[in-house]
Write a new protein. Structure first.
Ligand code: ATP
Ligand code: MG
Length: 577
């Protein structure tokens, strides 16, 4: 069926109007609804009441010239220009040229007018006008998208980018809600920005999460995993327009059931979804970061192809902005890490020069005394000097080991190799070894209760934790006393605590003691570098456990460590990388 175009003939000659009408109604390629006006006033009246697809305008009217009427129509009556074809007499082509300069689409000389010429000219004028309208619309759309893109890309802060994007897209599409959904590495995800009802959105997300945890969505989650989105989603150029017959199954097939459940949760009637694809380090397959979703709450407004294209184009701009923000965040993180490492290196240099000087001086003094005066020294004195050399050298060697270990923790995650451990045997060996160094002034009590079976841990790292804690308990109890070591086995974790009756730690110092190079202000001349607790904490964290201390100056200190019997799976995969 042919489209019907509405046409207005403005001519004071009734006979001419009749001819034009007859010619046009005979056009086999086009159908017309034709209205007529015999003067400018009537034409203006009609134009104000309705919109015409094309106007045939006589150059000479009783109340106004055709050119004047044309000007008025262009300026006042229409919001957008209407295709006008001027009708002139022979010898009046000058007027027609002027009209064309002012925007008329074509002109016809009345005396040369035939049926074919009129039909063709009108059809061409309409075609040209449609193309112009399309061009105008495209330009307008590009302008809007460019403005939106500019606003989105003005920031390098991800949260701000997303907030701007949803607000701008809502304006652009004149829809009820726009959301950004971000996929998590396990292909599941959550809403990270919403143009409206942010409280409700977050509340709903929480509800969905809770339901998932409760297993209610197990089936849907299964689908999400089997339909890994990066493989199933079309590239950004193909919008996910809902299938008019069955929009929900269509999106379900793509594994985007969460979007559908969101659509239902928000009572949205229609759902327009486009992917947000980031470029993938030169790889032709983009990386699916998330989805840009638009909702209409009522079914009255349908999505147009134009809407989908606009959403897609914004999604491309959004992807660029996200990528830039992520890049900046990564650069800032590496800079911060670099800065932290520099501070750390300076601390190492400061500590080495400070902590090495004293023992080195003692070693040098003892060694040169032995070299120069060994003849005069009796055996016991010689042994004392050799003892000093050995003790100080051991201290320096331990210092180097600790520095290397802390350095390793700072630069990369150390190897974590858990095995099933017999905790009783492990601690029996450890306590035995510690007893040898304790001496007479300290009493070491070791107590085990509960179920200590099925514990998995890394032997080397556990040794680091407990030798540091026991040596602290002994070192910071210079007047002796009891050092208690308790091991309590529980169903899913083991708890250890080490308690001494030593100098204690001032409250103000307690907060920072797990950071490298931190020491209590009351250590006086007790040697130490402030690395032991930092090492212990890093080892505990690798096991997925916790470490804390409580202490009172002059009363003693209690350090508690809890370790899960079976550590989180994430920890295990980390260790293997
Ligand atoms: P090292 O690196 O040789 O272990 P350090 O013992 O000084 O040196 P940490 O084991 O990290 O370092 O302990 C940090 C600080 O915490 C100590 O300097 C001390 O002030 C305080 N501290 C730790 N354990 C105890 C404890 N049981 N009693 C009192 N103070 C303690
Ligand atoms: Mg220590």
């Amino acid at each position: 069926m042919l489209d019907t175009w509405t046409l207005l003939i403005i001519d004071d000659c009734a006979a001419d109007r009749k001819i034009y009408r007859r010619y046009l109604l005979k056009d086999p390629h086009q159908s017309y609804q034709i209205l007529e006006a015999d003067c400018a006033e009537e034409a203006i009246d009609l134009c104000q009441k309705m919109r015409f697809d094309v106007i045939l305008l006589d150059f000479c009217l009783p109340d106004m010239s055709g050119l004047e009427l044309f000007d008025q129509m262009q300026q006042k009556i229409f919001e957008t220009s209407v295709p006008v074809i001027m009708l002139t007499g022979r010898g009046d082509e000058e007027i027609a040229v002027q009209a064309m300069k002012r925007g008329a689409l074509d002109y016809l000389v009345k005396q040369h007018l035939t049926q074919d010429v009129l039909q063709l000219t009108v059809r061409n004028a309409i075609k040209q006008s449609c193309l112009q309208a399309q061009l105008y619309k495209t330009q307008e759309r590009q302008r809007l998208i460019a403005t939106t893109a500019l606003r989105i890309r003005q920031s390098l802060n991800l949260e701000q980018i997303l907030t701007t994007a949803v607000a701008e897209v809502q304006q652009l599409l004149k829809c009820d809600r726009v959301m950004v959904y971000q996929f998590a590495p396990d292909a599941d995800g959550k809403i990270v920005a919403s143009s409206v009802e942010s409280c409700r959105t977050i509340e709903l997300c929480d509800r969905i999460e809770t339901r998932k945890e409760a297993g209610e969505q197990r089936k849907e989650r299964g689908k999400l995993i089997t339909h890994s989105p990066p493989c199933t989603l079309p590239p950004a150029s193909l919008p996910l327009l809902p299938n008019p017959q069955s929009p929900i199954p269509y999106i379900y097939e793509l594994g985007l059931c969460n979007c559908v459940s969101l659509k239902e949760q928000f009572n949205a009637k229609t759902n327009l979804v486009v992917p947000i694809n980031l470029s993938n380090n030169g790889n032709p397959t983009p990386k699916l970061w998330g989805l840009l979703i638009a909702h209409h709450n009522s079914g009255e407004r349908q999505w147009q192809t134009d809407d989908a294209q606009m959403l897609n184009e914004v999604s491309v701009q959004l992807a660029i902005a996200i990528q830039q923000a992520e890049l900046l965040a990564q650069t800032q993180a590496s800079l911060a890490k670099e800065k932290q490492l520099n501070i750390f290196k300076s601390q190492i240099i400061a500590t080495v020069s400070h902590e090495y000087r004293t023992p080195l001086t003692s070693i040098l003094a003892a060694a040169s005394t032995l070299v120069k005066h060994s003849q005069q020294l009796d055996e016991s004195k010689q042994e004392r000097f050799l003892g000093i050399i050995e003790q100080k050298a051991r201290y320096m060697s331990k210092l180097v080991d600790n520095m290397l270990l802390v350095n390793q923790f700072e630069l990369e995650k150390p190897k974590f190799q858990p095995i099933q451990l017999d905790l009783l045997q492990f601690f029996a060996d450890l306590i035995e070894q510690e007893r040898e160094t304790v001496g007479d002034r300290h009493e070491l009590i070791f107590q085990i209760t509960g179920n200590n079976q099925n514990f998995w841990g890394d032997r080397g790292l556990l040794q680091q934790i407990f030798t540091n804690l026991i040596s602290n308990a002994i070192k910071y109890s210079p007047d002796g006393g009891t050092v208690e070591f308790h091991l309590i086995g529980k169903e899913s974790e083991v708890i250890f605590y080490i308690k001494d009756q030593g100098i204690g730690i001032p409250m103000a110092d307690q907060e920072n003691l797990f950071q490298s190079f931190s020491r209590g202000s009351n250590v006086d001349t007790i040697p130490g570098t402030g690395l032991g607790l930092a090492i212990a904490k890093a080892c505990v964290e690798l096991h997925g456990g916790d470490i804390s201390l409580s202490s009172q100056v002059g009363q003693g200190t209690k350090v508690t460590v809890s370790l899960p019997k079976i550590f989180p799976i994430g920890q295990l995969s980390l260790s293997s990388t």
